[in-house]
Design a protein around this ligand. Structure first.
Ligand code: VG1
Ligand code: CO
Length: 544
């Protein structure tokens, strides 16, 4: 066995963003680039000698090559065992599940999530800690610090391992176990939901569903769960073959990118239920027949109906949502008499709340929902949860959401993204907003009066850590909000996100198109932030 220590030089740009390090594939393919980052992860950790590491990814281009490198580096650095998904495949929630089930030290997940894949598209890598969740900021900061001072990395000289057969073998001193990518996860799902009831729904000959895996990682998981375990007809899962370039698609489950599914659910003779998930399987979109469920509403509806699912029969400890996510869930929490936490964007901020038993359900406006069953958001979990609720209530998706609005009022919500903005321009937009911040309070815009304006800062209630500058919020006296933040997951230029929310208690006014209901706020956002001027764009590139 030959462990080599290879000299290297730091790269200056290995700062993890909202969810790991994401760059174009050619950046990762530079000599030593991936190796440096992996060594920086290991160097920031303590006590992993002889321990277990979980490795897997969403199957995108460069997944297999990266895994071969990581296995040889893990062996050279003294891990005792690596569990790797067959074919290198593990969805993000499945990786979280495997880490927890095997009490692994941590895991490395290879994914750029909803970003396109392929030789000139995006690749990503992130580290998850022993609770199965994304590394918290103090860990990602330590990794970044290591990446800036690295001078060598360790690699075992060995030939590539066969990732395509389930089985165990040795790589130097380290054990490698290639595991079935789906088993542990499917078992966990079966323990949470009423599979008998869902099976009855999916096989009664009346209810039809359609699941779009967008040629990304959830194909094998969705087929196993819906078609094999729950008896839905073959073909229920579309685009179910994971492809390295996601069939040249953009595996982001929203109304814009999941257009195949949207056409089916909004077409003639549409099925009753539609769902899609993203590149790495942690996001979800839920559709009813000719009906779209806003992710913020989805969190609120699931929370309000949680006791219908066996796992949550005894109720919820609390709910957590990211700051830009609508306040629909807060209303449910209030009614249930439980706490609702507001965290910065990114799943890593939910970990402590889940570990401490303060929150049971978590959600983000960006099509992410999850619970304490793992420490990642979980796309198929949300789909199963919705099916469980539909099966228990015997109502359509649309009827369930409309009834929810009647009870709690409707939080109209929309996000406007301006993608591919020059970084300097985006930074100027934020700087100009900062300058105005102190003078906005009390200011009148038509019928809206500014109640507060700040840059969101979060103090973790469990460990007291503080995260500043998490997005500029303008709150109005009637509870409406506009939030501005820059994306931390892009790989090219900057993306400006504008989040808009207003509250409508009166059911007679619940039938509006959100863009119409929010039109005043949309123009206030333009007036305050001069979005067109700074971005040099006339309209958002994506509206969700
Ligand atoms: C986006 C979303 C955020 C999500 C993150 C990772 O981040 O807004 O809610 O947690 O992606 O999701 P940003 O910084 O671009 O706004 V995924 O599915 O990429 O792991
Ligand atoms: Co994702």
């Amino acid at each position: 066995m030959n462990i080599k220590t290879i000299p290297t030089q730091p790269f200056a740009d290995q700062k993890p963003g909202t969810s790991g390090l994401r760059k174009k594939v050619p950046v990762f393919q530079q000599p030593n680039y991936l190796e440096n980052f992996v060594q920086a992860i290991f160097d920031s950790l303590e006590g992993y000698q002889g321990q277990t590491l979980v490795v897997g990814g969403d199957g995108r281009y460069y997944n297999r090559q990266a895994i071969q490198i990581i296995l040889k580096m893990a062996a050279a650095n003294g891990f005792g065992r690596v569990l790797v998904g067959r074919g290198g495949i593990l969805s993000t929630p499945a990786a979280s599940c495997v880490i927890r089930k095997n009490q692994a030290f941590g895991g490395i997940i290879l994914s750029a999530s909803h970003n396109p894949g392929g030789p000139t598209e995006d690749f990503g890598i992130k580290y998850n800690i022993g609770n199965g969740g994304p590394a918290p900021e103090k860990v990602t900061e330590a990794i970044f610090a290591q990446s800036k001072s690295i001078s060598s990395y360790k690699l075992l000289e060995a030939s590539d391992v066969d990732l395509d057969k389930v089985g165990s073998f040795k790589l130097g001193e380290m054990a490698v176990e290639v595991i079935d990518s789906v088993n542990d996860y499917a078992q966990l799902m079966e323990s949470l939901f009423d599979f008998d009831r869902i099976r009855e729904l999916l096989t009664n000959g009346r209810f039809r569903m359609c699941m779009d895996s967008m040629h990304a990682v959830t194909g094998p998981y969705a087929r196993r769960l819906f078609e094999q375990r729950l008896g839905a007809p073959l073909g229920t899962v579309m685009n179910g073959e994971p492809l390295e370039d996601f069939g040249r698609g953009h595996p982001d489950p929203n109304l814009v990118y999941a257009h195949d599914l949207v056409e089916i659910l909004f077409g003639n003779d549409a099925p009753d239920f539609g769902a899609a998930s993203d590149g790495d399987g942690d996001r979800n979109m839920i559709l009813g027949r000719q009906f779209f469920v806003t992710p913020s509403d989805s969190l609120a509806v699931l929370a309000a109906n949680a006791t219908l699912a066996p796992a949550y029969r005894d109720g919820l400890a609390g709910i957590a949502r990211s700051m830009p996510t609508s306040q629909a869930a807060d209303r449910v929490a209030e009614k249930l008499g439980i706490d609702c936490y507001e965290t910065p964007t990114g799943w890593k901020f939910f970990g402590n709340l889940l570990d401490a038993g303060k929150a049971t359900l978590c959600g983000e406006e960006s099509f992410g929902t999850g619970s304490n069953h793992v420490r990642e958001k979980d796309g198929l979990w949300a789909v199963l949860f919705w099916l469980n609720v539909v099966a228990a209530r015997q109502q359509s998706v649309e009827a369930i959401v409309k009834e929810h609005w009647q009870t709690y009022g409707r939080n109209y919500y929309s996000r406007h993204d301006y993608e591919g903005v020059e970084s300097d321009r985006a930074n100027s937009l934020v700087a100009a907003l900062h300058e105005q911040m102190p003078s906005l309070k009390g200011k009148q815009f038509g019928s809206y009066t500014v109640d507060y304006c700040d840059d969101f800062s979060y103090t973790d209630p469990v460990d007291g850590s503080v995260s500043k500058n998490q997005g500029i919020r303008i709150g109005f006296t009637d509870g409406s909000r506009i939030v501005f933040r820059l994306s931390g997951t892009g790989t090219q230029g900057a993306t400006v996100r504008v989040y808009l929310e207003s509250y409508e208690p009166n059911a007679a006014n619940h039938g509006l198109d959100p863009q119409v209901a929010l039109k005043d706020l949309i123009s206030i956002a333009e007036e305050v932030a001069q979005i067109r001027h700074f971005t040099a764009m006339n309209q958002p590139t994506v509206i969700t």
